[in-house]
Design a protein around this ligand. Structure first.
Ligand SMILES: Nc1ncnc2c1ncn2[C@@H]1O[C@H](COP(=O)(O)OP(=O)(O)O)[C@@H](O)[C@H]1O
Ligand SMILES: O=P(O)(O)OC[C@H]1O[C@](O)(COP(=O)(O)O)[C@@H](O)[C@@H]1O
Ligand SMILES: [Mg+2]
Length: 460
């Protein structure tokens, strides 16, 4: 879909009539390489050729509204109750975002009250809507040093109208939804239900996911902490495999549909020979297949290290129809349940190497939740705080049905439906994957795997 300026405009609840606590500070600020002034916009595209394709005057080129404080705001802070919810899988930095929101709302805007809804969107059901946490600066003072979320999280669907009822009954004026693609979809439906009832409630999404599979954001928060942790496991199997006869090190990392964690952790560890991601199908057998390459590595240097994203090679499991290894159906949120490709590879590589007289020493690690349950690293901590500030400024200025995101290093407002309009994936023709190939020296494809769909947008 080609995006036009009108697709990127963010909805406003109404005219901003109240002075913002930042009015004075903003009076002299202008756009610079380090600041985007209020009213300025950030271009969607950043190459000369992409801009030339539109041949539009710069004011009409597709662009995002810049995030940040406004001189005038929509809500009277003294009357505002804010709500916060965290939903979906855990992600480093959730507590940092909660803390950042609470402090910005309380310290600078001095809002009346901040409520934390518990256990994800379940907390907005009729049954749980009164079981909230009063979020004060004191309550959140130390939460950022821990992983997880003090509010709890969950998967599973809720009725949008029931959630709106909860906001109305609890007097919420601005609602912050911290979630991944599922959470952003739910926030979109929530906003639509609010609009349908003509209510004056702002909904702002803060995109989170370790998989980095959300579009229109340079990288999602927590991703960097997660792949840094994953790097430790690659280094561990690399050491183990190198020290073992016919060593085979395999690390299976999270990444349901996108291989960003696997790719970045591989580049950081710089010790893997092969990376397998959901975006690039691979064949096991044949002269150019994965098994032949594994054998070549073991013969040539005595060991091999493989990094595997959990969503890779799912077609191979389908073909074999193994009930214990295949995924079955979807989870409560509708996410596909994956088969265990790690177990399949372990089994097939062991059988192949044994058959050719190279009985392997298998070193297999599935760090699973260990990469996402940790606290945010220093980079993500800063990033989470700045996203939280942007989210509060957006909500107080009456922006709604929008997410805050970092785009080309600037903070921007993205219309919520766009956040789920496509999936961010590693582009097999992009420069990230090229760096992976340069690092591992693996072939662009293993064997004659099924044709892949062309990835239309890879942002990293
Ligand atoms: N299509 C959808 N419509 C409404 N709610 C959804 C939708 N997809 C997900 N949700 C809700 O959003 C929440 C988070 O979604 P989930 O996919 O579990 O995690 P994430 O937000 O991390 O992607 C869940 O409570 C889920 O029910
Ligand atoms: O928490 P669960 O249900 O075990 O799900 C695991 C999934 O969560 C993730 O960590 C992140 O997914 P979300 O961003 O959708 O929360 C995936 O990488 C992984 O497949
Ligand atoms: Mg998701």
């Amino acid at each position: 879909m080609t995006l036009h300026l009108d697709n990127l405009r963010v909805r406003r609840l109404g005219e901003c009539r109240y002075d913002s606590p930042f009015s004075e500070m903003l009076s002299t600020k202008q756009t610079s390489p380090h600041y985007v002034a209020e009213g300025d916009r950030v271009l969607l595209e950043d190459t000369v050729s992409m801009l030339a394709e539109h041949s539009l005057p710069s004011g009409e080129a597709p662009s995002f509204e810049a995030a940040g404080p406004r001189r005038k705001i929509y809500f009277d802070p003294a009357q505002v109750t804010a709500g916060i919810v965290t939903c979906g899988g855990l992600c480093p930095g959730l507590n940092n975002v909660i803390r950042g929101l609470v402090k910005e709302l309380s310290v600078h805007y001095k809002v009346k009250r901040v409520l934390g809804f518990r256990n994800g969107l379940q907390g907005l059901t009729a049954e749980h809507r009164h079981d909230t946490i009063e979020l004060t600066p004191e309550r959140v003072r130390d939460i950022h040093s821990a992983g997880g979320t003090i509010l709890g999280s969950s998967r599973g669907g809720q009725d949008a109208d029931e959630m709106v009822d909860s906001l109305v009954l609890r007097g919420v004026d601005v609602m912050f939804v911290i979630g991944g693609d599922g959470g952003m979809r739910a926030a979109t439906l929530l906003s639509e239900a609010i609009r349908a009832r003509g209510l004056d409630i702002a909904v702002i999404g803060v995109p989170k996911t370790i998989d980095n599979d959300l579009p229109f954001t340079d990288q999602s928060f927590g991703f960097q902490s997660a792949f840094a942790r994953a790097t430790d496991f690659i280094s561990a199997v690399s050491v183990e495999a190198a020290a073992s006869p016919n060593g085979v090190g395999i690390v299976k990392l999270m990444g349901r549909h996108s291989g960003f964690i696997a790719s970045y952790a591989t580049l950081a560890a710089n010790s893997a020979d092969i990376v397998l991601i959901p975006e690039i199908p691979f064949a096991l057998g044949g002269a150019d297949g994965l098994l032949a390459h594994v054998e070549q590595h073991v013969r040539a240097k005595g060991f091999v290290v493989i990094v595997l994203a959990e969503g890779a090679g799912q077609d191979l499991l389908d073909e074999r129809g193994l009930p214990q290894q295949n995924g079955r159906g979807t989870d409560a949120s509708g996410n596909i349940k994956l088969g265990n490709i790690g177990e399949l590879l372990k089994e097939r590589i062991t059988a192949h190497l044994t058959a050719v007289g190279l009985a392997p020493t298998m070193r297999y690690i599935d760090p699973s939740y260990a990469v996402r349950s940790i606290a945010a690293n220093a980079y993500d901590s800063v990033y989470c705080l700045r996203l939280a500030h942007a989210a509060v400024h957006a909500a107080m200025a009456g922006r709604t049905e929008a997410a805050v995101a970092r785009w080309r290093r600037r903070f921007v407002h993205v219309p919520l439906p766009l956040m789920t309009s496509r999936r961010n994936q590693v582009d097999p023709d992009g420069d990230l994957w090229m760096s992976v190939l340069e690092t591992t020296c693996q072939p662009a494809e293993f064997g004659s795997a099924p044709a892949r769909e062309r990835v239309r947008t890879g942002f990293c």
